[in-house]
Design a protein around this ligand. Sequence first.
Ligand SMILES: Cc1ncc(C[n+]2csc(CCOP(=O)(O)OP(=O)(O)O)c2C)c(N)n1
Length: 633
Amino acid sequence: MSESGSQARLLDSIESPADIKGLSLSQLQDLAEQIRWKIIETTSKTGGHLAPNLGTVELSIALHYVFDTPEDKIIWDVGHQAYTHKLLTGRRNQFHTLRTYQGISGFPKRSESPYDAFDTGHSSTSISAGLGISTAKCLKGEKHKVISVIGDGSMTGGMAFEGLNQAGHTEKDLIVVLNDNAMSIAPNVGAFSSFLSRKMTGKRFVNFKKDLENFIKSLPGVGENILNFARKSEDSFLAFFTPGMMFEAFKFKYVGPIQGHRLDRLIETFRNSEHLEGPVLIHVLTLKGKGYEFAEKDPAYFHGVGSFDVRTGVPPEKKPEKPVPSYTSVFGKTMMDLAAKNDRLFAITAAMPEGTGLTSFSKEFPKRFLDVGIAEQHAVTFAAGLATEGFHPVVAIYSTFLQRAFDQVIHDVCLPNLPVVFALDRGGLVGEDGPTHHGQFDVSYLRSLPNMTIMAPKDENELRHMLFTALNHNGPVAIRYPRGNGLGVPMDKAYRLLPMGEIEILKEGKDLQVLALGSMVHPSLEAARILEGEGISAGILNCRFAKPMDRRLADIAAVSGRLLVVEENVRMGGLGSGVLELFNDMDVRGIRVKRMGLPDLFVEQGPSGLLRKNLGLDAEGIAKEARDLCQKT
Ligand SMILES: Cc1ncc(C[n+]2csc(CCOP(=O)(O)OP(=O)(O)O)c2C)c(N)n1
């Protein structure tokens, strides 16, 4: 595809959805092409959720064409597919700043625009939020429409069904648009997905159909008529008896499936739905990556990408001095290695096989791997069930998404003290996805749980030993590690059991001790080198375990009487708080403790390195705090 100069003018004239209301169908189609191009061009520089957005161009145009936003509310589930919505709602001129530091967000944000009805980033929330908005509007006597747009992947989250269940019960006005592209990030999974995409072929479907036909035939009076109607074509039979049936059971009026790249069909359907009362579900079929051949061919890769060359779809060539593996890939390889020796090891992901490094594992050990869909709560309790039968499940999950399963971690894993390992990828700042995705809180939210052990490796080699240690421990363990590449350290051949709860002393020091957790260990070592040049002798302690804590810490820190605690987690309730609690419980006196970590706010988006620097969580920042601590005491 390419963009001509005359085409560019149409998009350039759109300041708000009002500007598209008077356009003809062919102008709207031109606009769709221009928007596609703009999204490809921009994400090729900024990175972003390319494939999901290419699939929702026509859908977004049609919604804004028919409905009167911002009074009518559109809630985008996850919100990773809302770029067209952003372009149509006054953010065209800032679009080049997408996902950049201080630029516009990659997700809807109420503080960014009155057209963003709800802040999103985590999945499966749009039906509940839409229902809340609809209920409020009803109480206020307002008649505006509420539209929740949710993908088939996000529909696998239990919360979506909780919303459907309530919507059907209260019969509130709500339009749910199901954007069905048969993909989550990876191909969608589960029985619901088969239902939607009509994979009910072969023996199972034939049997199902036969049983259904016999049943319908037996209905006195009406059976034969229904059957004739349903038999008109195989297609209508399927449409009649599969997705529609299921949503109608939830008391939704089902409309569809609609071709999601046909603007005329979408517009007509949305117009008709405006007059329907109660909950309505419009089933729209789209193609993930539509219009960009590389994304159409590999929608999983282009789900969320870094920068790439538009002509080839390939990322710019970076020539590393030596290849450094990511923490994610080291985790994935270690899992394969350990699974080969331990037939009780079982790996679980919630719709992120690639993101958590488990794709190869899933191929090598298909019976001991499960992608549960976007269902973190289920993943945790499913793991707990496995553990009760002597298995050793590893739930590989991003730190930010485990938040959703907090009660399951407490009630189903920690309370019965089951040996479930949580591999928390992306612990700490994640960069351009911003506050919805930073792993800011895990140490705080896990530290208070009885039986829980929390580890954080200083490098990718230690991650391997931690996983090995965790799998030899008879209780819950969380290992949190950062997004991105490791440090390129040599990898030990043999696995080692790390002494539980023990600090590793990396460097002795007489002026102060720095207790660093995970990603903060190496910047602390660097800080020690800076300080050395100034005549300050800093001891560096690799904390390794945020829980249990090493009671020897009091003696180690007593050497200098100064302890600086550094972590990439919120200070509140984090490792530093743990140290203060420990010292208080032990009645330790005479040690000045200073805490460094993330502040008590949601950290913005931007390159992680820059964000850390701004927050003082780099070598310079640590050295500065160390200096202050030495001067003040
Ligand atoms: C609670 C939660 N878990 C995981 C994710 C990561 N995630 C973002 S988008 C996505 C897939 C969504 O699939 P779908 O709703 O079908 O949208 P599509 O990308 O296919 O358009 C996943 C798993 C998330 N955002 N929230």
